[in-house]
Design a protein around this ligand. Structure first.
Ligand SMILES: *Cc1c(COP(=O)(O)O)cnc(C)c1O
Length: 377
């Protein structure tokens, strides 16, 4: 039987209805000027993205995964190098490390917030050294829209002269102690995949840094390692440019992004107020502002709760059903000695509820009532 009035998990249609005239005008302009690769919208977007987060440089590229890869390549990380990666994240964080020829070393997460545990990173570094690898970087993933504990992670990175890369694919627009994502780490990477808080209508990504020299290398790497002139290649790079059409879409979406973040925050507060007595609702780190890429609760009997919700037309998602080192493709990579029991526990209980900027109060009440009923039965 078809569920009654199924709700969208992420209502991109509602967002599109709001911005359709602007998007159509912007795309028509691209069709008219015809500069589909590196057109003027790309440079304009980079300027506005940098302004938005206060980073000196924004380098757009083909996807969040490629942004991670470009960051690793720009730091010359490759074969024989180890990169510390949280055990609980989207696989792309580790994938980029493997793609550049380096070894991900997995470290467990904090029980409260689900992000890499700064106290366990050094065990990962020791393990990398014992395996004969050079520990070169730490990937700090800002899970579900709020920043990782960048201050503490940065301190570990500095102590060991390692690079810190922020995987902010889910958190662009968030902040920690008033510092926006994009300035919390020497290199920050984000994604414009359609379902991210700031998404385009296809794939896209960006890297942020204050380091001008590194920015120059990133710009070269995203265009086949191009040098000062077109057919001069200084290094082996990628073809990873953001399409002009996607930049045009992002310019329209960036204009409403602050308002959308505010709406997401309101929706998240309403969920927390109505659900915190019966499920583990998401906790915000002190000083953190989240963009609520996901609103993820933790519940026992997750599969039953999800199927009861689906039966009444409420879609949910599991971010993520297994720790990355438990995935077939990653089970051969090293895991720090303290294990990944917290990541295991999170992956058994996480359940993401519909979250977007167009979650009207009545819809939200319907979801809340259904969650309360599913959890009780
Ligand atoms: C979405 C995501 C990525 C990958 O971004 P794409 O643009 O889809 O390549 C990387 N890391 C995290 C944590 C993500 O959520």
């Amino acid at each position: 039987m078809a569920p009654p009035n199924p709700l969208p998990f992420n209502d991109l249609n509602a967002q599109h209805r709001r911005i359709a005239p602007g998007i159509e005008r912007a795309l028509r302009q691209v069709l008219e000027h015809g500069r589909f690769i590196m057109g003027p919208e790309v440079a304009r977007l980079e300027t506005l993205l940098a302004e938005f987060c206060g980073a000196r440089q924004a380098i757009s590229c083909g996807s969040g995964t490629e942004a991670l890869q470009l960051a690793l390549m720009a730091l010359n990380i490759g074969s024989g190098d180890a990169v510390i990666v949280p055990a609980f994240t989207f696989a792309a964080t580790a994938e980029a490390v493997v793609l550049v020829g380096a070894t991900p070393v997995f470290v467990d997460i904090e029980d409260y917030y689900g992000m890499i545990d700064p106290l366990k990173i050094e065990q990962g570094i020791d393990l990398a050294r014992n395996l004969g690898l050079r520990p070169r970087a730490i990937m700090a993933v800002d899970l579900f829209g709020q920043p990782a504990s960048h201050g503490e992670i940065n301190a570990v990175a500095e102590r060991h002269q390692m690079n810190l890369i922020a995987d902010a694919a889910q958190s662009f627009g968030a902040s920690l102690d008033g510092v926006p994502v994009g300035r919390l780490a020497p290199i920050t990477v984000t994604s414009f995949f359609p379902a991210k808080p700031l998404g385009c209508y296809g794939d896209g990504g960006a890297v942020f840094t204050d380091d001008e020299a590194l920015a120059g290398i990133l710009r070269s790497l995203r265009e086949h390692g191009q040098g000062a002139t077109r057919y001069e290649h200084e290094r082996v790079g990628l073809n990873s440019r953001l399409d002009t059409m996607q930049a045009a879409v992002l310019l329209e979406k960036l204009a409403i992004f602050p308002d959308e973040i505010e709406r997401r925050k309101q929706a998240a507060s309403a969920y927390t107020a109505a659900l915190c007595d019966i499920v583990e609702t998401p906790l915000l780190r002190e000083g953190a502002q989240s963009v609520w890429a996901q609103y993820t609760i933790r519940v026992p009997r997750r599969e039953q709760v999800a199927s009861q919700l689906l039966a009444v037309g409420i879609p949910t998602a599991v971010h993520y059903p297994r720790p990355v080192p438990r995935q077939p493709a990653y089970q051969g990579f090293p895991v720090a000695n303290s294990g990944i029991s917290v990541a295991e526990k999170w992956s058994e209980k996480v359940l993401s509820l519909p979250m977007h900027a167009y979650l009207e109060p009545e819809i939200q009440q319907r979801i809340i009532a259904a969650v309360r009923s599913a959890v009780r039965t």
